[in-house]
Design a protein around this ligand. Structure first.
Ligand code: NAI
Length: 397
């Protein structure tokens, strides 16, 4: 069939198999073009491995460091005329490329929050790799069913203690309008921490450690965001920020438990980028559009592949990577540079629907968004018939 994008607000309900494969190939090329990564982990478990930062982490460690990778994610295969999700096609392509390069890769599709999937994955680690020397935790989810209590938590993106109004970009039509978001209540804060905080990361690390599946000197990472003060009410000081504080609490607790193995845990603060998760956050798409314009002009714009390549190539090549006062790795250093942020603040104050094209890179935002689903990639014939049934080699039908 011929696959076209069907965009509904901030989601696209179709994905293009060839386009997703090209998107993955392009990210692999970014890493390979920079040469081998030294001191990279060799056996890596990535939780949230099918899109965004998790996929890029898998690509950087596999194609930069030659790592064997196990990936965990929650995606959907094609059913009849309905395409698979982008993360499904991305993983199918990743595994084909890994096999061609002689790299071990195995994937698990299911609910990472469940005890069942953890058990299955830990067994696979033991059986196939013995132990892992790196665990990347890169989940972004709107809900979590607690594995012990069965309670279902739903995360919200809201400010805390105040109603927040700011400029917002309607990414469907390029209109700059204003959005007002009511303050979260205590239950919503607690739910967001339960979904996006650190408890599940800890549960993964406990399950792996108890099974003896962590190698001496193991390294584990989870990802966070801080951003500029203009987004703080909705991000850093909002419900998601509380969850990220809990991620930092988990980082300290995990590192304490890893002491007998000489292991290390880090939270890496990454750059704001267009991903399926970030496009759902109010205010952030307008900020990202202005950011992209400024960073592309400055010549230091990065996408997920470049960010994760820099993480493993330049930061984790040392056993003591540079950290900030709170112990975090800062890959948002170029985004947060003072001169760049001053420019963005100035443009933020001025931006309207009329001058959006001049002050912001809305076209670039849209291109990035389309690419997430395999659309708009150079060299792909979108007029050609394509088989939407694409297997992930390591997942039995
Ligand atoms: P994404 O939406 O591209 O990826 C989320 C991943 O989680 C996918 O692989 C998805 O399949 C998986 N997943 C979701 N629910 C699952 C479940 N129940 N079981 C198994 N897998 C599940 O998101 P993105 O943006 O790459 O986010 C990853 C992390 O990076 C998050 O912690 C996010 O806060 C953080 N981050 C994102 C930034 C951004 O601008 N996109 C900036 C800095 C940090």
């Amino acid at each position: 069939m011929i696959v076209a994008p069907k965009i509904r607000g901030f989601i696209c309900t179709t994905a293009h198999p060839t386009g997703c494969a090209k998107h993955v190939a392009n990210q692999i090329a970014v890493v390979k073009n920079r040469g081998p990564i030294t001191n990279a982990p060799k056996k890596v478990l990535v939780i949230g491995a099918s899109t965004g930062y998790g996929l890029a982490s898998r690509i950087a460690t596999a194609f930069g460091g030659g790592a064997a990778t196990i990936g965990v994610f929650f995606e959907r295969g094609a059913e009849g005329e309905r395409t698979a999700t982008a993360g499904w096609y991305n993983t199918a392509a990743f595994e084909r490329e890994a096999a061609a390069a002689g790299l071990y890769a195995r994937s698990f599709n299911g609910d990472a929050f469940s005890d069942e999937l953890k058990k299955t994955v830990v067994e696979a680690v033991k059986q196939d790799l013995g132990q892992v020397d790196c665990v990347v935790y890169s989940l972004a989810s709107p809900r979590r069913q607690h594995p012990r209590s069965g309670e279902v938590f739903k995360s919200v993106l809201k400010p805390i203690g105040q109603t927040y109004s700011n400029k917002n970009l309607n990414t469907s039509n390029g209109q700059v309008n204003e959005v007002t978001i009511e303050s979260a209540n205590d239950e919503e804060i607690a739910h967001t921490i339960a979904v996006m905080g650190g408890e599940d990361w800890e549960m993964w690390m406990d399950a792996l450690q108890e099974a003896g599946a962590l190698a001496p000197g193991v390294r584990t990472l989870a990802y966070s965001y801080i951003g500029p003060s203009l987004t703080w009410p909705i991000y850093k000081n909002g419900t998601i920020g509380r969850a990220k504080e809990d991620l930092e609490r988990a980082q300290r607790d995990i590192e304490a438990k890893l002491a007998p193995l000489g292991g290390k845990a880090w939270v890496s603060v990454n750059k704001a980028l267009v991903t399926q998760a970030s496009s759902a956050i109010p205010v952030v798409p307008l900020y990202i559009s202005i950011l992209y314009k400024a960073m592309k002009a400055a010549g230091n714009h990065e996408e997920c592949a470049e960010q994760m390549d820099r993480l493993f190539r330049e930061r984790l090549n040392s056993s003591t990577p540079a950290i900030d006062d709170a112990g975090r790795i800062r890959l948002d250093d170029w985004e947060m540079a003072d001169d760049l942020q001053n420019l963005i603040a100035d443009r933020w104050a001025k931006v309207t629907t009329e001058n959006l094209g001049e002050l912001a890179d809305f076209a670039g935002y849209q291109e990035s968004f389309h690419r997430l689903f395999g659309f708009g990639l150079a060299g792909v014939d979108y007029g050609a018939e394509v088989d939407v049934q694409v297997p992930i080699p390591s997942i039995k039908a």
